[in-house]
Design a protein around this ligand. Structure first.
Ligand SMILES: *[C@@H]1O[C@H](CO)[C@@H](O)[C@H](O)[C@H]1NC(C)=O
Ligand SMILES: *[C@@H]1O[C@H](CO)[C@@H](O)[C@H](O)[C@H]1NC(C)=O
Ligand SMILES: [Ca+2]
Ligand SMILES: [Ca+2]
Length: 313
């Protein structure tokens, strides 16, 4: 029975290892916006628009609006951004707005996934329901593989490790301990880096992968080891190791690894806020007025003077 399924297992394993859209758990690759900000060196304004509009719901609201209506909608967004009511949007206000959008986009994506996983549509996902759907096994099959762990091929052992990681993450996300995830709990399961109560587990999990000699610190060799990268990336990764190694002892400890394992979307939101301010700040006072923002409507919500969505700027 188990033997017959080996090919299926390998197919799943390839999927797990290679397709990040299916499995978002490779946190170091989790970018808040799917769009690239620059494509072949060319500025992609869609990245900025996604950052400002955020959720699908917000985007839908803009569909079919005339230019005048779109300007009004943008003005209303500006008022909501302006939390200290000084009629200027500063870097912090813009960054907070963008960060909230990033989180909403993640939650929205998690929710979509949840609906797909929750087959019986009872608003709850049990661990069995999840891994049956995700990996195609029954509980009995999983149990049998675990019992014969040492006899399994390296690929299967790796798959069992991934399933085990999933289960730990599932249990950590299950805040009310009813052995089910509801849609709210599932968000933390899906994007643990957005939720503080998941962080220590994520760091532990990454350390198990990285710290191969289990001495509690990650050396450069260990850091490079997990990547299996092409030569051209080696220097980049070495440089990254150097940047992370704050105390320059040639080892990465838990805290030094934290920003790498759990990328801080606030940093990305701040960079985006500065980028937008530099792009729209006509009077060069480093804050944006409503007028400046509305004048650059193409950059912020993607409409040109004909009221069409503008692809490039
Ligand atoms: C993470 O690992 C530390 C040290 O091994 C342990 O004390 C802690 O309980 C672990 N935390 C989680 C959430 O697994
Ligand atoms: C990790 O390295 C630091 C700095 O060298 C050292 O103080 C610490 O004891 C190491 N941790 C472990 C668990 O070996
Ligand atoms: Ca629960
Ligand atoms: Ca200004």
């Amino acid at each position: 029975m188990i033997l017959l399924r080996i090919n299926q297992v390998l197919a799943v394993f390839v999927l797990v290892a290679g397709v990040d859209e299916e499995m978002p758990f490779s946190q170091e690759k989790h970018q808040p916006v799917q769009e690239e900000h620059y494509i072949d060196g060319k500025h992609n304004v869609k990245y900025d628009q996604e950052s400002i509009m955020g959720s699908e719901e917000a985007k839908r609201k803009l569909e079919g609006l005339s230019l005048e209506q779109a300007k009004q909608e943008l003005s209303s967004i500006v008022h909501r951004m302006d939390t200290n009511n000084d009629r200027e949007i500063d870097e912090e206000e813009l960054a907070n707005w963008i960060l909230t959008n990033y989180k909403q986009m993640d939650d929205e994506e998690a929710l979509n996934h949840f609906s797909g996983q929750d087959e019986n549509k009872d608003g709850k996902l049990t661990w069995q329901e999840y891994f049956n759907k995700q990996y195609g096994y029954t509980s009995a099959e999983l149990q049998s593989m675990k019992e014969n762990l040492n006899l399994q091929s390296p690929d299967i052992q790796q798959l069992l490790r991934i399933i085990n990681d999933d289960e730990q993450r599932f249990n950590m996300a299950d805040e009310n301990n009813d052995h089910k995830l509801d849609a709210v709990e599932y968000r933390a399961f899906y994007y643990p880096s957005d939720y503080g109560h998941m962080h220590e587990l994520e760091i532990n999990r990454s350390l198990i992968d990285l710290d191969t000699n289990q001495d509690g610190n990650v050396s450069l060799d260990e850091f490079m080891g997990v990547h299996n990268m092409e030569d051209e990336w080696e220097d980049v990764e070495k440089e990254r190791f150097g940047e992370l190694d704050k105390n320059k002892d040639a080892m990465l400890d838990r805290e030094e690894l934290r920003p790498w394992i759990l990328p801080d979307h606030l940093v990305i939101a701040r960079e985006e806020a500065i980028h937008l301010i530099l792009s729209a700040d006509d009077d060069k006072d480093m804050v944006l007025s409503e007028k400046e923002i509305v004048n650059h409507i193409g950059l912020f919500i993607g409409r040109d003077s004909d009221g069409n969505v503008k692809e490039e700027l």
